[in-house]
Design a protein around this ligand. Structure first.
Ligand code: NAI
Ligand code: 15L
Length: 278
């Protein structure tokens, strides 16, 4: 893949120990002089051109220190599936606020925020939606991502910090289940999307769905065409296999874009801390 010209002095990648963080960590390195990687989970040793800086997103002082001298952020860190509100709150809501406050104080110009398709998970799979559709979060997790998007809008309107909020579909090595025929995002298309989000000249606060060029898409991304994101992969190679999966069309999991998330929880009695990647 052709990389953009080197543009950044220091890029920060949060959630660098997670599934997508591990995919992006080596790919982002070529786009900056220094890549600062952060997580609460083990990150391993710093490679050439890297700085490793552990931080709990809920710890304000640690996150403010994380943003020092950072030009742009790829913010992936946080709880990435449904949990009790008490688990989501510190990592995703308070934590994302800390990232934006750190960016404001450090003069950081742009943030690429890993939002989620679960901001709009209660739309039907029969509907095609745009990033401007009214949010219909399917979980506390989806609500926390809607908050992050609102935070991004506020920090742009008030302080001029630009954000691209990526409503990522399902980004794994291969689609998982029939729903993945529509929601699948390949790792290479994720890289293309993040590169476009970081390098498009003017983005204000742009919301875009993160999916590959799947034949059966639920998303109309035309309002984000200024990003220049052009997916090159699709879920088509898995179609025959995934279409063998039997689904009950009356099942809410099969009817809604959010899939299984629409029936998850509640997890009131959960006492465990934020999950770690396996
Ligand atoms: P992941 O769960 O593998 O990685 C998230 C990382 O955040 C983990 O390494 C975890 O240790 C870290 N983290 C959690 N709480 C933290 C805290 N309090 N302080 C610091 N770090 C903390 O998730 P994945 O799949 O890599 O996703 C990355 C981001 O993209 C997440 O924000 C997720 O919500 C979002 N996303 C991912 C999708 C996917 O298909 N993989 C789809 C939609 C959104
Ligand atoms: C997400 O937001 C999650 O982070 C990811 O683990 C998947 O569940 C994905 O959505 C999905 O909808 O497939």
């Amino acid at each position: 893949m052709t990389l953009p010209a080197l543009r950044f002095r220091r890029l920060l990648l949060t959630g660098a120990a997670g599934g997508l963080g591990r995919v992006l960590r080596p790919r982002l390195k070529g786009w900056c002089e220094t890549l600062r990687v952060s997580d609460i989970a083990e990150l391993g040793a710093a490679a050439a051109g890297e700085e490793v800086q552990a931080a709990d997103l809920a710890d304000k002082a640690a996150v403010l220190a994380l943003l020092a001298d950072v030009d742009a952020v790829v913010h992936l860190g946080g709880v990435s599936t449904e949990h009790a509100f008490e688990t989501i709150l510190p990592a995703n809501i308070v934590g994302t606020y800390h990232v934006y406050e750190g960016a404001r104080r450090a003069g950081t110009k742009r943030i690429v925020f890993a939002s989620s398709n679960h901001v709009t998970g209660f739309y039907q799979q029969s509907e095609t939606i745009t990033p401007q559709a009214l949010p219909r979060p399917d979980t506390y997790y989806g609500l926390s991502k809607a908050f992050g998007e609102n935070l991004a809008q506020f920090y742009f309107d008030r302080y001029g910090i630009e954000t691209v909020s990526l409503r990522i579909g399902s980004c794994f090595p291969a689609p998982r289940g029939r729903r993945g025929l529509s929601s699948y995002l390949s790792y290479d298309d994720l890289e293309r999307l993040v590169r476009a989000a970081l390098t498009a000249p003017v983005v204000g606060h742009t919301v875009v769905y993160g999916a590959s060029a799947n034949r059966s898409l639920w998303y109309d991304n035309r309002s984000a065409s200024h990003l220049g994101y052009a997916p090159q992969d699709s879920s088509e190679p898995w179609r025959a296999e995934l279409e063998r999966e039997v689904v009950d069309p009356k099942d809410p999991v099969a009817r809604h874009q959010g899939g299984a998330f629409v029936t998850m929880g509640p997890f009131e009695d959960e006492v465990s801390p934020a999950p770690r990647p396996s």
